[in-house]
Design a protein around this ligand. Structure first.
Ligand SMILES: [Zn+2]
Length: 113
């Protein structure tokens, strides 16, 4: 995994947990990027991204629109294919676990916020 410059605090790095789905090609992800309040998980190798929700993580509040746009442009995210959720791979153990915690990060999903 390469180092991301710029607005990279939005980058979760434990890329093999499937709570938010995984790339259907490699069953990994490279974290997420924020677009506005929305969170998109990405696989840079296969140039795919998928939307998981808005305002689940507070990270977008610390980012500027300019910073987000710069990151988007630097990574060339406009060339990425947007996957429908049914195209995203979710490992069976994620369904079985059914937790509201993103493993390895301590991030509790506060859906009511
Ligand atoms: Zn991939």
């Amino acid at each position: 995994m390469d180092t991301v410059t710029g607005n990279d605090e939005n980058h979760l790095t434990n890329g093999v947990d499937g709570y938010f789905g995984l790339c259907p090609h490699c069953h990994k992800h490279d974290g997420y990027v924020n677009i506005g309040k929305g969170h998109w998980f990405v696989c840079h190798e296969h140039k795919v991204m998928w939307f998981v929700g808005s305002n689940l993580f507070s990270s977008w509040k610390d980012q500027t629109e300019e910073g987000q746009r710069r990151y988007y442009d630097e990574r060339g995210l406009d060339s990425y294919k947007h996957l429908e959720l049914e195209q995203v791979y979710t490992p069976p153990e994620v369904y079985e676990r059914g937790e509201d915690l993103y493993p390895g990060t301590g991030i509790i999903l506060n859906k009511g916020n």
